[in-house]
Design a protein around this ligand. Sequence first.
Ligand code: ADP
Ligand code: MG
Length: 675
Amino acid sequence: MDGLEKEVQYLKGVGPGRKVCLNRMGIYTLLDLFWHVPRTYIDRSNLTPLHDMEIDQMAQIQGRVTQTRTSTSRRGMNIFSAVVDTGEGFLTAVWFNQPYMNTILKIDQDIYVSGKIKPGVRGPEMHVYEYDILSANNTECNLTPVYNLTEGISQKTMRQLISYILEKHRADYPEILDDILLEKYGLCSMENALKNMHFPQNQQSFFQARRRMAFEELLLFQLGFRLEEDSKQVNAVIHEEKNELVKQVTDNLPFKLTAAQQKVLHHIYTDMESPRVMNRLLQGDVGSGKTIIAVLAMVKAVASGFQAAIMAPTEILAQQHYKSLQNILAATDIQIGLLTGSTGIKERDNLFTAIASGDINIVIGTHALFQNQVIFNHLGLVVIDEQHRFGVRQRSELVCKGENPDVLVMTATPIPRTLALTIYGNLQVSIIDEMPPGRRNIKTRFLDYKFKNDAYRFVGSQVEQGLQAYVVCPLIEESEKQDLQAAASLYDELRTSVFPDKAVGLIHGRLKPAEKEAVMREFIAGQIQILVSTTVIEVGIDVANASVMVIEQAERFGISQLHQLRGRVGRGNHQSYCILLAEPKTDEARKRLQAVEQTNDGFELARIDMLIRGPGDFWGVRQHGLDQLKIASLIEDYEIIEQAQECAAANKWPMEKIKPYFEARFNHRTDYLRN
Ligand code: ADP
Ligand code: MG
């Protein structure tokens, strides 16, 4: 850190006056200045010829100022204009409400301006977005940085200051990654990154620099949590490194784990074997195969002498997990129990006893697991499926039933709250970013209601081929009763007039668990061909023979809900389809439907969702102090977040050296770390 903590006022050309200006922008030290990255760049390799200009299009020109003029519009707006001679002709550039421009731009200066072409009194003129005064020393590079400024600091001064520190102090910048890590994550050195962030040779070098600096700040951020945690070491359960039982189960699977599944399993096992409490979020798109990962984590816990529990948000899903665990673990001695709201009293009491004695190794359940009577013998791992359905408090209620058990939460939706937790460090993230082989994209169509008959004709043709269908009707939030009525009347319509010769079934949230189970069993057996459903089928259901889904009034659903629903089809080898019947009334609703139509990628959809809703809306980034991140975007750099976390966790760090760096980078700002 030598030298970088030096205050800016000691820099050549700063002094007490400019120091105040820089401080106003949060720039106190040389390190802060290095991280004062350009707002944008001017690309002078791409000038627009005067004869190619079109009204309302962006253009950029370069030339000499031949006249300047200040005037006032009828509405009292200050207008500054400059006539620029580009060599092939003249163009008037106009600045609104920037009266100080007349002290900045002078006749005979060479300038660059970019902006939108608009009709003016004397022909086309340019409404300026960016400008730059050219000098002999900023012509070497095509991309010129444009910085955020404050009164008293000009673009030219800022560039000079940064050039100066780049030249004199760049070599003092601490490099915390060794060559092996640089190579592993495909990163350039910090020294290079700083140079190319401020003065990129070309776009490519800018992207490289940006990636490194985003990684750097996210890594430091993560290491900051480590600094905090080290002071309050917790002793979690330690799962053993012996994995014979795991191998036995894995070898018996009807498929091979994908590379992505192997990667996340490795993260999880590393956590489980360490004395640190695991708090890991496993994200994987719908159908990416999270269940088997949960099973293998639980098998490891059992092999180490612990009990494991998995909690599902719905009874149907818990049932389904129970069955697949029975299958997968059939050849082992592992004892499995299922506890839900509809477990009979006698059976329930037996379960309580067996859980308390440790005779049952793995417990699958719903909210029923929270009951006080559920006392574990030696709970070492808690898995929460579809985390977004649970509150944070519920998770900790289950965790309390063990002594610092490891925790794995799983979700298909990178919802804002989990993302927030991620960045706050109490959750590590692993992503399954690959689908099991043989999956095809679900062909999705958004159709107006006038094509409703065509939609159902298509459903009919799929069913004729021996495949099955879901028809989803929306939840009417205001009224559960109306909701039921809507489902019931759709069911009647389909059963009596649309598909009189097909087996149509109905499932909804008001059915008793045993009734739901009966319907699901018939659907799985193929006795029901078309299943009308409310959103109870949203999560987890796995029926490979279902190839088409119609979602009624799709405009009422959010993007992630539509994506979850759609994930119920496309689970086998058949080409699958999803039809969104909708009458969107707002532009936003239309955009949501189009997004779901256009991509099958859940992460991409989450990103679009956040963009449509706007980042301010989704979790008040500013209030959370995340503007500490100068480069990384929590929306776009999700993969870098994951890599930085992995890098932070998997390596030894010289914390005495990291500490001053962390504090200098995030100085006078540690408050945001403690919520
Ligand atoms: P989700 O991530 O949505 O919970 P599941 O765990 O239900 O997905 O898995 C979806 C389907 O993919 C299941 O039928 C599962 O058996 C299957 N599956 C999981 N992993 C693989 C794999 N590596 N190869 C082939 N099929 C797999
Ligand atoms: Mg699942």
